[in-house]
Design a protein around this ligand. Structure first.
Ligand SMILES: [Fe+2]
Length: 203
């Protein structure tokens, strides 16, 4: 049964995105990306504005999942770079400024990219057009801010670190990775193609 009473639309504003930008003082569009959230069954659709903010391509805020949740993103329009990162495990849980594994994956319309549980993820839009994806993340419409900041997604470590371990910046018209200096330990990586991304949905 489809619930037509649920609130589905959310916008990620420049004000909120400043917490995680390479240059938090840079001007940007009022809304960086638009979310229409339907959950696992109906799917969620995300639409990124094109362009850069302080030299950094427009991106999603980025989050880790709470619990065993994984998800798949299908790229419907445009192209971009997905950043997928895993924190080191300490005796008291994950260490926010120590990254054990990280991938930067070039994705384009027709690609699907798997986000395993335990790996944080964000996607940047490197297109001249909107970037549009669908994903199968659940939404619990009963919770307080289900659509804008769903409870299964942990944004706090990303806010604390001022973004992910790499920013994706425009250099000579092309995407380039820039280290976020707040992270203490990060593997050196380059941008790979989606076919070379080794993390796949099990089974
Ligand atoms: Fe997610």
């Amino acid at each position: 049964m489809i619930d037509h009473s649920a609130r589905h639309y959310a916008a990620r504003t420049h004000e909120k995105m400043r917490e995680v930008l390479m240059d938090p003082a840079a001007p940007g569009p009022a809304v960086h990306y638009h979310m229409t959230r339907g959950g696992s069954a109906q799917r969620n659709v995300t639409c990124w504005e094109p362009g850069t903010v302080g030299g950094e391509y427009i991106k999603t805020y980025g989050h880790y999942h709470v619990g065993d949740l994984d998800e798949t993103y299908w790229i419907l329009l445009g192209e971009g770079v997905a950043i997928i990162q895993k924190r080191a495990e300490g005796p008291d849980g994950p260490i926010d400024d120590e990254i054990d594994g990280i991938y930067a994956v070039h994705v384009k319309a027709g690609d699907a990219i798997y986000m395993p549980c335990g790996w944080g993820h964000l996607v940047v839009n490197t297109s001249a057009t909107y970037l549009v994806t669908a994903d199968d993340s659940p939404v619990d419409f009963g919770e307080k801010d289900a659509v804008s900041l769903p409870g299964h997604a942990d944004y706090e470590p990303v806010r604390k670190m001022g973004g992910f371990a790499y920013f994706v910046a425009e250099r000579d018209g092309r995407p380039a990775l820039v280290r976020n200096p707040r992270y203490r330990k990060v593997p050196e990586i380059g941008i790979i193609e989606a076919r070379d991304y080794p993390l796949k949905r099990p089974g």
